[in-house]
Design a protein around this ligand. Structure first.
Ligand code: G1P
Length: 286
């Protein structure tokens, strides 16, 4: 098996975020803030925390121009903030976009054909070796889930790793569900992931969260993966097909995950960051 260095992080952000209309009529979902920080910025910070990361491939949609603009530098605003001695804000502005030394490429997904198809759209732009995939609307606080995964990842043991969390039986149908073979501390060994299982059929209550480390042949596998759940090309189907060749682990990460593609998730994440100030009782009860 090749090197474990993850050089590329893929950010699938082509979705139109219709669930969060009207906000998403003009503002891409990934630019919606948790308190004052866009979801995209959290994902960029997480990508930057992967040791050896060199490249970001942002799989977006032509209509989401503001998302691409977020990567532009604004030297005039930066100079103005420095002149006004607003150094904290200037530092904050300077840290937006891709981290230093990380190249950003944009790829385009024209049609909503599923997460697997979105990842496939990045194929031509990735660097050599395993890739990370980060779904920005799955926000994990306060630790970097991707850094935890990169540390736990050992391609000699399993070439694929997906973030895992335990959910209630009524919830598992909203996720990919791990088909678990064994559990050793935070690491699950799985024989596949079943995408959005029908009620009563989930192989476990361990749900896949939007953080993946995948081998380069995921792209060939995605190219031959037939449409699955809801007629879309599912990343989990391609992952399951590669288990005999690579092995699959789930990592029960230490942070808390918020589904920021929903109103409740976005709100809960915002309260979480200011939990000393806002609704401490509600937070404590979670
Ligand atoms: C996607 C994946 C699913 C995963 C989920 C996590 O589903 O297909 O396996 O559990 O993200 O958020 P989506 O939420 O895009 O329908």
């Amino acid at each position: 098996m090749g090197s474990a260095t993850i050089r590329t992080a893929i950010l699938p952000v082509a979705g139109l975020g219709t669930r969060l209309l009207p906000a998403t009529k003009t503002v891409p979902k990934e630019l919606l803030p948790v308190y004052d920080t866009p979801l995209l910025q959290f994902a960029l910070q997480e990508a930057a925390s992967i040791p050896g990361i060199e490249r970001l491939v942002v799989v977006t949609h032509e209509s989401k121009k503001a998302l691409e603009q977020y990567f532009d530098h604004d030297p005039a605003l930066l100079r103005k903030l420095r002149r006004q001695k607003k150094h904290a804000l200037a530092n904050c502005l300077q840290q937006t976009g891709a981290a230093e030394g990380v190249e950003t490429r944009f790829a385009y997904q024209d049609e909503a054909r599923g997460l697997g198809h979105a990842v496939l759209c990045a194929a031509r732009d990735v660097a050599e070796g395993p890739v990370a995939v980060i779904l920005p609307d799955d926000l994990v606080l306060p630790t970097s889930c991707m850094a935890e995964m990169a540390q736990a990842y050992d391609p000699d043991r399993a070439g694929m790793m997906v973030a895992a969390m335990k959910v209630a039986p009524a919830e598992i149908g909203k996720y990919g569900a791990f088909d678990v073979l064994a559990q050793d501390g935070a690491v699950l060994t799985a024989r596949g992931i079943v995408e959005k299982p029908a009620a009563g059929t989930a192989p476990s209550l361990f749900a896949a969260v939007g953080r993946y480390i995948l081998p380069p042949d995921i792209f060939d596998q995605l190219a031959r993966t037939a449409p699955g759940h809801q007629g879309e090309i599912q990343l989990t189907d391609a992952i399951s097909a590669l288990v005999p060749a690579h092995g699959l682990e789930g990592l029960r990460f230490s942070g808390q995950r918020f589904d920021c593609g929903t109103h409740e998730g976005l709100l809960a994440a915002g309260l979480w960051r200011r939990d000393d100030l806002l609704l401490p009782a509600a937070i404590a009860a979670q």
